[in-house]
Design a protein around this ligand. Structure first.
Ligand SMILES: Nc1ncnc2c1ncn2[C@@H]1O[C@H](COP(=O)(O)OP(=O)(O)OP(=O)(O)O)[C@@H](O)[C@H]1O
Ligand SMILES: [Mg+2]
Length: 330
C-alpha cells in the first residue's frame, strides 16, 4: 500500500498529504491487529490455567468435618491412640494396631528406625489422614468428632522439615500467632536462641528468608520453627526431630528452653538422638508398626532390649566422636 501510494505521488496522481493519510490508516489498522494477537495468546494461556484451577477446586478433601462436629476446648489434654491401623497405600501397612496414651502434661518420646512411622503418628494426630482402623482420642473424645480447625489450633508442632514463607523473619515467626505482641515475639526469639543470629543480620527481623527459607541454614530454620511453635503456646506440643540440625551446645540450650516451654503442656517428642529424651516420662520404641517396648529410660536400659541396644550404639558413636576430637586437639 505504501509503495503504491509512493508511486501515486511520483506520478502526480496523489498529494503528499494522501501519502501521510494512507500511512496513518495502515498504522491504525495494524496496531490493534497486533494487539489482538497478544490478547488471544493471553486468553488461551489463562483458559488453560482456569481449567487447572477448577480441577483443583473440585477436588473433595479426603478429611471432612462431621456434620455435628464440636469445638475442641481443653487446657491440659490427655491423648490416646487406640489400636490404630494405618497405611498410605493399601499394599503397605505402616501402623499395625498401635496403642498408647499420653497423660495430661506428660512428655512422651517416640523412637524407632527411619521409616518406622514416627512422623506418621503426628500427621494422624493432626488429622491430615484418618486411621483405617482404631481411633485417636483427646480427653476421651475421638478427634474426628471435633472440627479440624479447633483441633489444629490446640496443637503446636515443630516439624521435621520446616516450611518458611518467602517473607520477613518477623512474619515467619508471627505466623505461630498473628495476634502476638512485640514483647512475646522478643521472648520466643530469646527462648529459641535466635537473638544473636537476628542481631548479626543487617536488616534484623526485617530480613527476607527466601523461597522456603533457602537463605537460612538448617539450624536457623529449625530455630525459627521452634520460636513459631513456642509463640503459638498450644496445649499439645509436638517436636519432630526438633533439634536434629543443631550443634550440641545450641541443642542443650534449646532443649532446656523446650523443657520449660513444655511444662504444663502435653508433649510428644520424636528423636533420633536418645540423649535428648532421657527425661521423658515414657519412651515408646516403634518397630514394624507397633510398639515393641515402653517405659522410662532407666527401665528400658534395665530390660536390655531394643532400646538398650540403640542406646549403647549411640554412646559408642559419641565416645568415638569425642576421642577423634581429642586426637585432633592434641
Ligand atoms: N504421603 C505418603 N505417601 C506414601 N507413603 C508415605 C507417605 N509419607 C510417608 N510414607 C511412608 O511411610 C513410612 C513412614 O514414614 P514416616 O515419615 O512416618 O517415617 P519416620 O519414622 O518419621 O522416619 P524418619 O525417622 O526418617 O523421619 C515411610 O516408609 C514412608 O516411605
Ligand atoms: Mg519423621
Amino acid at each position: 500500500m505504501m509503495a503504491n501510494a509512493a508511486f501515486g505521488v511520483m506520478n502526480g496522481e496523489m498529494t503528499i498529504g494522501d501519502f501521510v493519510l494512507i500511512n496513518a490508516f495502515t498504522m491504525q489498522i495494524f496496531m490493534p491487529l497486533n494487539f489482538l494477537g497478544f490478547v488471544y495468546r493471553e486468553i488461551r494461556g489463562s483458559l488453560a490455567n482456569i481449567d487447572k484451577l477448577f480441577d483443583l477446586l473440585s477436588q473433595a478433601p479426603a478429611i471432612k468435618d462431621a456434620e455435628d462436629a464440636t469445638e475442641l476446648t481443653c487446657a491440659n489434654p490427655a491423648i490416646r491412640f487406640n489400636n490404630v491401623h494405618f497405611a498410605y497405600n493399601e499394599n503397605r501397612q505402616i501402623l499395625n494396631g498401635l496403642s498408647f496414651g499420653v497423660p495430661p502434661g506428660a512428655k512422651v518420646a517416640v523412637v524407632g528406625e527411619s521409616g518406622a512411622g514416627k512422623s506418621t503418628l503426628m500427621k494422624l494426630l493432626f488429622r491430615f489422614y484418618d486411621p483405617q482402623r482404631g481411633n485417636i482420642t483427646i480427653d476421651g473424645n475421638n478427634i474426628a468428632s471435633h472440627t479440624q480447625q479447633s483441633l489444629r489450633s490446640h496443637i503446636g508442632i515443630v516439624p521435621q522439615d520446616t516450611v518458611l514463607f518467602n517473607t520477613t523473619l518477623l512474619e515467619n515467626i508471627r505466623y505461630g500467632n498473628p495476634d502476638a505482641s512485640d514483647e512475646e515475639i522478643e521472648q520466643v526469639i530469646r527462648l529459641a536462641h535466635l537473638g544473636t543470629f537476628v542481631e548479626s543480620l543487617p536488616d534484623k527481623l526485617e530480613t527476607t528468608v527466601g523461597e522456603r527459607g533457602l537463605k537460612l541454614s538448617g539450624g536457623e530454620k529449625q530455630r525459627v520453627s521452634i520460636a513459631r511453635a513456642l509463640l503459638k503456646g498450644a496445649p499439645i506440643m509436638i517436636f519432630d526431630e526438633a533439634t536434629s540440625s543443631l550443634d550440641s551446645t545450641s541443642e542443650r540450650a534449646i532443649l532446656s528452653a523446650l523443657r520449660n516451654a513444655a511444662k504444663g503442656h502435653t508433649s510428644l517428642v520424636i528423636a533420633h538422638r536418645l540423649s535428648t529424651i532421657i527425661d521423658a516420662d515414657k519412651i515408646l520404641v516403634l518397630k514394624n508398626g507397633t510398639i515393641v517396648e515402653e517405659g522410662t529410660h532407666t527401665y528400658l536400659l534395665e530390660q536390655g532390649g531394643e532400646y538398650a541396644t540403640l542406646w549403647q550404639a549411640q554412646q559408642r558413636e559419641d565416645d568415638e566422636a569425642s576421642s577423634d576430637k581429642d586426637v585432633k586437639g592434641s
